[in-house]
Design a protein around this ligand. Structure first.
Ligand SMILES: [Zn+2]
Length: 416
């Protein structure tokens, strides 16, 4: 017979749950915690004093309550003391942030990068350099409790190995990115790694437009298109961690060639290249591996996509036709996703934010044609609230996940 959870297990679970409330919801009174967590006052008091002693939260008297009697203490995250490092490796930029408990971005660094394959040592060198610069500026009593990175590629579950990422590296190579970044950071902490679209979904679900939405789909567009699916409040990872690769759902059999070897994938019909080509904005011979500096000069990347949407708004017929074409394929892809997953909300992030804003009517008309009515009627279509920070914020949440699972253990290890 299996024994039930021990007192210690229950305490650990409750500490994590309380810290999660404070981390995601911000300052909250003990009285509110008592009602939200369904625990009695003395248990809440014991849990908060454990977390206070560990330096994870602090308790304060609230400002004017306007009510008579003794006010309930407010529990706040120790945002400036307890932090994680979050990294984002996108096709056009490298970003890093120091993020405090409670999700506060305390410091950040960013560098535009040229597209195409990278050399692992050079990449982790840049990221570790960012972390070192930010760490130098911290007070001595601060403590780093985790690190995580979002990458625009496939990440194998469990070991942070990037197994594919045509926009990041040479195909067919297994890159031990998490391990190498952890070694170069030298913090004695493992680095968690996640796919950028999956982490964008996590970010919008935790802190963005999808807070309290249990079933959502986040579509992330960069050069390619990725997806993150939250079902019943949990990220759908799949057996090996590659779940949500909706960019390679075929919407147009026999259509445009895709980097994956197939034809007519959502990514091939809706991605940046499809839009720029349809709008007549790519030069002959450009094959997606543009030269250094092109991202900044607006020949590709989000600026170039934005420029097409702006031109369409100003009445440019070619830009309008390009958006219509791309919007139709996007709507068809979304219709399929809605029929399968029945999400409450679908969020457009990365450059799909711009594309959706420029083609919303086409997307909706495809949904009317192809999505089943019961799934479609209550669906909310939204754009990312976190915009260009979605993937970075998601990486921070991934780094905090260990702390929320076992607050005191993680802090003991980080402090040793
Ligand atoms: Zn494909």
């Amino acid at each position: 017979m299996r024994a039930g959870p021990s007192q210690e297990d229950i305490r650990r679970h409750n500490l994590g749950a309380l810290l999660r409330h404070v981390h995601l919801g911000g300052p909250i009174s003990r009285a509110e915690l008592t009602s939200r967590m369904g625990l009695n006052r003395s248990t809440i008091m014991a849990l908060t004093s454990d977390l206070t002693a560990a330096g994870l939260v602090r308790e304060e008297l609230p400002r004017e309550t306007g009510r008579a009697g003794r006010p309930s203490l407010v529990v706040r995250p120790e945002s400036s003391r307890v932090y994680v490092f979050a990294f984002d490796v996108g096709p056009d930029r490298l970003a890093a942030a120091r993020v405090g408990l409670g999700g506060v971005i305390l410091d950040r660094r960013e560098l535009p990068r040229a597209r195409g394959p990278f050399e692992l040592g050079e990449l982790v060198g840049v990221l570790a350099g960012f972390a070192r610069q930010m760490r130098r500026k911290t007070r001595p009593d601060t403590v780093c409790v985790g690190a995580a990175a979002a990458v625009s590629g496939g990440v194998r579950k469990g070991d942070g190995v990037i197994t594919f990422g045509p926009n990041l590296m040479t195909p067919e190579r297994e890159v031990p990115f998490g391990e190498e970044l952890g070694r170069r950071l030298g913090l004695g902490l493992p680095v968690s790694v996640g796919n950028d679209a999956n982490l964008g979904a996590l970010a919008e679900h935790s802190r963005g437009v999808g807070v309290s939405v249990k079933d959502l789909i986040y579509l992330h567009g960069d050069v390619g298109i990725g997806g993150g699916i939250i079902a019943g409040g949990h990220l759908l990872g799949g057996h090996d961690g590659y779940g949500g690769e909706v960019g390679h759902m075929v919407v147009n059999p026999g259509g445009r060639a895709c980097g994956c070897g197939s034809h007519g994938c959502l990514e091939a019909e809706v991605g940046e290249r499809a839009l720029l080509e349809a709008a007549g904005r790519t030069q002959a011979g450009q094959n997606g591996e543009a030269q250094n500096g092109d991202a900044q000069s607006g020949k590709h990347g989000r600026e170039a996509v934005r420029a097409v949407v702006d031109a369409a708004d100003r009445g440019d017929i070619v830009a309008q036709e390009a958006l219509k074409r791309v919007g139709d394929w996007l709507g068809l892809g979304v219709a399929n996703l809605i029929n399968i997953f029945n999400p409450e909300m679908l969020i457009f992030g990365g450059m799909l934010r711009e594309i959706y804003l420029g083609s919303a009517a086409r997307v909706r008309s495809q949904l009317t044609l192809h999505a089943m009515a019961p799934q479609r009627e209550r669906l909310r279509l939204r754009t990312s609230a976190l915009a260009d920070d979605a993937t970075l914020v998601g990486a921070a949440e991934l780094a905090f996940a260990h702390v929320l699972a076992d607050p005191l253990e993680v802090l003991a290890r980080a402090g040793s």
